[in-house]
Structures are given as structure tokens and as C-alpha cells.
Design a protein around this ligand. Structure first.
Ligand SMILES: [Mn+2]
Length: 309
């Protein structure tokens, strides 16, 4: 188990509650979902899929792998938990690959087959934060509340609004992004030289885990987000942003970070009983969260969508 210990999960300041309303999402009735035929191979129906930090437009985005995972699953809920499009990179240089079109086509195909799409923008696609709305195709807002199959509530948000560096020292964040790019490139060429194909960004993880200040920063981030979930009467937080896939449970609160599609290629899956699994593209299950023992759930059809201002 990769868990770290925390002194107090509820420490720290009250996170900033910026702007937008919280939307409680509800799955469409089970029967409304048609099976989707995908390029000859059947995809696995799951209740929900959570992905973040695809960074389309960045040269380090592993878009082909991301498309592969989108084709692998057929979720009734699909949450894009921020930094899907890397606006910072696209602004500097327009880089739109054919795979990106196929990703959009797949999202549209899922939508047509009954998948509900939700998009919580992050700091790299914060240009979408001005457009918080339900476009019919995709619902966009900073925070959602997802009610899992076992009745547990999860707060969904990208996480940058709880990142102290992102909020108060943007210049450091920009330098950090640049340094991260250099690290990713170094890692890529190192592995290329060693003839390694899989897990080509593993070296980044090693470096990150050995930077003491970074680990402290991340544990603060995790605590803040768990506190935010508790404030919203949620059992857990589902986020991204720090490119560190992880599920942990502390003091009856859960933290689920979906990871990213730059280094780790991970996605969070919710099954029909409300259990979660953090899966890597190569099929490895990184972490799991079992469903609540006694289900608190009401019949799915009887729940209504709630907008919390
Ligand atoms: Mn981010």
C-alpha cells in the first residue's frame, strides 16, 4: 500500500469557495442506456468513469492511450475532471492531432448512446470557467456532487482552487510547469535510450516523491480537498491536478485522485455497486475503494437532479 500518514486530515484553512454552483448529478435510468458498438470490440459498461489532466495540446499528452481507455469503457456517467485541454500550451503553439478529433468523436458517440457528460475545468482549461452552463451535450461547472450507487456522495472538482501555490504564487506555478516539462522530456529520452516502452514516465514519479517540500505540499492539498468534501456533506473527494493517482481513506473520508494522461495513464471507475477502482492503461489496478456495506441508496429513478447555489 502506498499510503502516507497524516496528523490531521481536517487541518488547514477553509478552502476558497469560488463562484459556481454545485450540481448534483443523477444517472439516467438504467434502461435508457443503449449498448454501443465500438469499432468491432465490445466496451465494458460501467456506472461511472472519471478522468482528468489529459492536457490535449501538450506534446507530453498521451492522447492515443487516453482514446484507448475511452473505447474500453461505456460509462453511464463520464466526468472530465479538468485540464482536459491544455490552453496554456495551445496558446503558445497550436498543436491539434488527429487523435484529438477521434477523442471528441468518441465522447459524442458516448453521449448519443446515453452517457451523461460532466466537465469540471481546471487551471489549464480555465478559459471554460467563464462558460459554466449546460450545453445539452456537456454540463460544465467547477464542482459537481456525484451520488454513487451505494448512496455515498462525492465532491468532484479539479483541485487547483485548493492548491496554495496555484492560488497565491502563480509565477512559481508557471516555473513549476516549465520545470515539469523539462523533467518529462528528460525522462522520455532517458527511457528511449534504454529501450523502454512502458511506464516511460516512471522516473518523474521517483523524482517527485523525493522532493520533500513537494510531498508536504501534496499532503496539504489532499487534506484541504477532504475538508472541502466534508463541508459539502460528502463522503469523498474526486479530483486531479497533481498528477498523482491515489485512493485513500482517512477518518471516514475518502480521497480519490484520478491521476493523469501525461505520466500515469490512469482512470477512476465506479462499478454498479458503488465500488471504485483506480486503473492504469496496462490493466494494473493501483487502488480500490469498496462500496459501503449497507446501501444507503434510493432507487435510481426516484432521485432528482439538485442544483445547490
Ligand atoms: Mn491542473
Amino acid at each position: 500500500m502506498r499510503g502516507r500518514k497524516y496528523g490531521d486530515a481536517h487541518c488547514g484553512e477553509r478552502p476558497p469557495t469560488k463562484g459556481s454552483p454545485i450540481v448534483t448529478s443523477v444517472a439516467p435510468p438504467h434502461t435508457a442506456h443503449r449498448r454501443l458498438e465500438v469499432e468491432g470490440s465490445a466496451s465494458q459498461p460501467v456506472r461511472s468513469l472519471f478522468v482528468s489532466d489529459v492536457h490535449l495540446g501538450s506534446k507530453h499528452s498521451q492522447a492515443d492511450e487516453f482514446l484507448e481507455v475511452l473505447l474500453r469503457y461505456e460509462p453511464r456517467h463520464l466526468y472530465i475532471v479538468g485540464d482536459f485541454i491544455d490552453g496554456w500550451k495551445l496558446k503558445r503553439r497550436w498543436r491539434w492531432r488527429p487523435t484529438y478529433d477521434r477523442i471528441i468523436q468518441r465522447l459524442m458517440a458516448l453521449k448519443r448512446s446515453g452517457t451523461q457528460l460532466y466537465y469540471a475545468p481546471g487551471n489549464h482549461d480555465n478559459f471554460l470557467r467563464g462558460y459554466l452552463a449546460d450545453y445539452g451535450v456537456v454540463e460544465i461547472t467547477d464542482r459537481f456532487v456525484h451520488v454513487a450507487a451505494d448512496g455515498r456522495r462525492y465532491l468532484i472538482t479539479h483541485g487547483d482552487q485548493f492548491d496554495k501555490i496555484e492560488q497565491s504564487m502563480q509565477w512559481l506555478s508557471v516555473i513549476g510547469t516549465y520545470a515539469y516539462d523539462v523533467l518529462l522530456s528528460t525522462n522520455y529520452w532517458l527511457n528511449w535510450a534504454r529501450g523502454k516502452k512502458h511506464n516511460r514516465y516512471a522516473f518523474c514519479g521517483v523524482i517527485k516523491r523525493n522532493i520533500k517540500g513537494l510531498v508536504k505540499h501534496i499532503s496539504d492539498f489532499e487534506s484541504q480537498l477532504m475538508e472541502a468534501a466534508a463541508t459539502e456533506h460528502c463522503f469523498g473527494i474526486i479530483c486531479g491536478h497533481i498528477h498523482w493517482p491515489r485512493i485513500m481513506q482517512l477518518d471516514n473520508l475518502a480521497y480519490l485522485n484520478t491521476g493523469d494522461w501525461v505520466e500515469n495513464c490512469t482512470a477512476l471507475v465506479e462499478y454498479d455497486d458503488g465500488a471504485f477502482e483506480l486503473n492504469r492503461i496496462d490493466g494494473r489496478v493501483l487502488d480500490t475503494l469498496p462500496a459501503a456495506k449497507s446501501s444507503m441508496v434510493e432507487p435510481e429513478e426516484s432521485r432528482a437532479s439538485v442544483l445547490i447555489a
